[in-house]
Design a protein around this ligand. Structure first.
Ligand SMILES: NC(=O)C1=CN([C@@H]2O[C@H](COP(=O)(O)OP(=O)(O)OC[C@H]3O[C@@H](n4cnc5c(N)ncnc54)[C@H](O)[C@@H]3O)[C@@H](O)[C@H]2O)[C@@H](O)CC1
Ligand SMILES: [K+]
Length: 531
């Protein structure tokens, strides 16, 4: 089953690192439930099934396949694939990197079985590129160092449309999606049991083509330290019995005259996502400008910290958003008020509210609490968390490589709150290490979302969900997911203003899907709580 294209109503899919996957395999083998050789047979069969689906000309005969096997169990899968394709009548050539004598036991056994039907040829410098299909079974989960030119050279001239990768394209780190040295680009990548972070993060999607995750009969779950967001993690549809005060009150702080647009976008996002009330806190000089441009959003005058404290005496205001268009000076004076000890309101800090503390991030971190969300893009992240950002920028010397999950986790732990690191592979991390990936990749790719003001709307979505009572992590992950859904809904030509206005259609679809589940048609698809 293709995880990406299944359209299942699951809230989230666990993403397993190579080590977590290995632990599941080992536990299954140790329990006697399955042997390594059986798992390898199933893995090979899953790849062949994907090939039959993706290359229907195979069934018509005269299909020439080249299988490239590496020195580990990924190569072991390759021997199985070669045998099964030969049994289906394909013409198969097989090349091995290194010597067969050093193969691990299960791979060795499959190498021996293959030898009964075909030759094991030494590694070629180059291939003619004329075969119908090339199977990349060189390295998978065991990639431990940068891949040299000699390894990828045979596939250099082969178009990706004719390459299927086993578990991962060779050279791609499955934990991080980063390329170690050089990497193969495939049309289809077949992975087993659960997808891996590297299929979604960084360069992963550019190299994987399409990802198919196949069951190989393993039962175990991992520690659930990382998930891919597939649907809202917190409730977004309103219950029938609520009223506006039961949906919270979000306050968005605006910048001065001529700089209020960003906060207005944020406020609109908070309102559309269902906060009961949304107020813009505006300096006196900008009041007229904001009043003329905002409907549905209330206004209150917030000139400085004193006025802000006064406004916060209203305890019904339960979520704050500071940053979009705020200006750094205003951020420096207002953010401490928002974070004042004892108030424990939900606080979203974005843009200027992050940049304002670039010189003294520790002063900010000391005030943050678990009800806060920081929403940095890459540049803001690097200013607040220079060490992990620097490590991530370095060329990886070994696998598994440091990932965006690792650095977002480190940042969340350091800050003591949820951190949402923006990108086409947005990562949301909680201080306890839990991570969610909102991948705007593959069928959810939305390049048109890279538009001015889109981030302001995202901050508003988060603040609005938190006003409605969602926890910081759930709100951030859900907002990120809905943000991409809105962009998909609207399509190319999108500008930031369109995002909140696209939300009703997205929510309607969720409502319809929920209705179908209530009616029982999708009762099979349950969700697992994220704890
Ligand atoms: N029983 C199992 O554990 C199963 C494993 N499976 C397959 O096994 C794979 C993992 O197998 P392994 O752990 O053996 O790992 P790999 O087969 O991915 O690679 C490990 C081997 O490659 C070498 N190597 C790593 N990076 C290198 C580099 N840059 N240049 C040269 N050599 C390099 C290592 O020294 C080691 O010999 C999975 O990706 C999957 O395809 C599947 O068959 C399912 C069952
Ligand atoms: K591979």
């Amino acid at each position: 089953m293709s995880e990406i294209e299944s359209g299942a109503m699951k809230k989230a899919t666990e993403l397993l690192t190579a080590a977590e996957m290995r632990a599941i395999e080992t536990a299954a083998m140790d329990s006697g439930a399955v042997s390594g050789i059986e798992l390898m047979e199933r893995a090979g069969a899953a790849v062949v099934a994907a090939v039959e689906e993706g290359w229907p000309q195979l069934a018509r005969g005269a299909f020439r396949v080249v299988v490239l096997c590496g020195p580990g169990n990924n190569g072991g899968d390759g021997f199985v694939i070669a045998r099964l394709l030969r049994e289906r009548g394909c013409e198969v050539e097989l090349y091995l990197l290194g010597e067969a004598v050093g193969l691990p036991r299960d791979a060795q056994a499959n190498c021996d079985r293959w030898r009964e039907m075909g030759a094991v040829q030494p590694w070629p410098a180059k291939l003619d590129g004329q075969a119908d299909l090339y199977v990349d079974a060189v390295f998978g989960a065991g990639l431990s160092r940068p891949v040299g030119e000699r390894v990828v050279a045979p596939l250099a001239g082969v178009p990706p449309e004719r390459i299927v990768a086993v578990d991962a394209p060779t050279g791609l780190c499955m934990d991080s999606g980063r390329v170690l040295g050089s990497a193969v680009s495939a049309a289809v990548t077949v992975t087993f049991h659960a997808p891996r972070p590297g299929h979604y993060l960084a360069d992963g999607p550019a190299h994987c083509g399409r990802v198919i995750c196949s069951s190989i009969g393993l039962r175990g779950e991992g520690p659930r330290r990382a998930v891919r967001v597939d649907a809202p993690l917190v409730p977004v549809l309103k219950s029938a019995d609520g009223h506006k005060y039961s949906h919270g009150h979000a306050l968005v702080l605006s910048g001065g005259s001529g700089r209020t647009g960003a906060a207005r976008l944020t406020a609109r996002g908070a309102l559309r996502i269902g906060a009961g009330l949304v107020t813009l806190g505006v300096p006196g000089a900008a009041q007229l400008e904001v009043a003329a441009q905002s409907t549905g959003v209330m206004l209150t005058r917030v000139d400085g910290p004193e006025a802000f404290s006064k406004v916060l005496e209203d305890e019904r205001i339960n979520a704050l958003c500071l940053g979009p268009g705020l200006g750094r000076d205003r951020a420096r004076s207002l953010v401490p008020v928002a974070l004042e000890a004892g108030t424990r309101r939900a606080v979203v800090l974005d843009a200027d509210a992050l940049s304002a503390f670039a010189d003294a991030p520790d002063a900010l971190f000391a005030r943050l609490h678990p009800g806060c969300v920081l929403t940095p893009h890459g540049g803001e992240f690097a200013r607040l968390f220079p060490d992990p950002a620097k490590q991530l920028a370095e060329e990886p010397a070994r696998g598994p490589a440091l990932s965006r999950l690792d650095v977002a986790r480190a940042a969340a732990e350091r800050a003591g709150c949820t951190v949402l690191l923006k990108g086409p592979d947005t990562v949301i991390a909680r201080p306890d290490g839990m991570c969610a990936v909102n991948a705007a990749r593959y069928a959810r790719s939305v390049p048109w979302l890279a538009t001015a003001g889109a981030g302001d709307v995202l901050a508003g979505f988060i603040a609005g969900l938190m006003a409605r009572g969602a926890d910081a992590f759930g709100a951030a992950a859900t907002a990120a997911w809905l943000h991409v859904e809105c962009a998909l809904q609207f399509g190319p030509g999108l500008i930031a203003e369109d995002l909140p206005e696209s939300l009703p259609a997205v929510l309607r679809q969720l409502d319809q899907a929920a209705g179908r589940i209530r009616a029982g048609s999708a009762a099979e698809e349950s969700s697992t709580p994220l704890q």
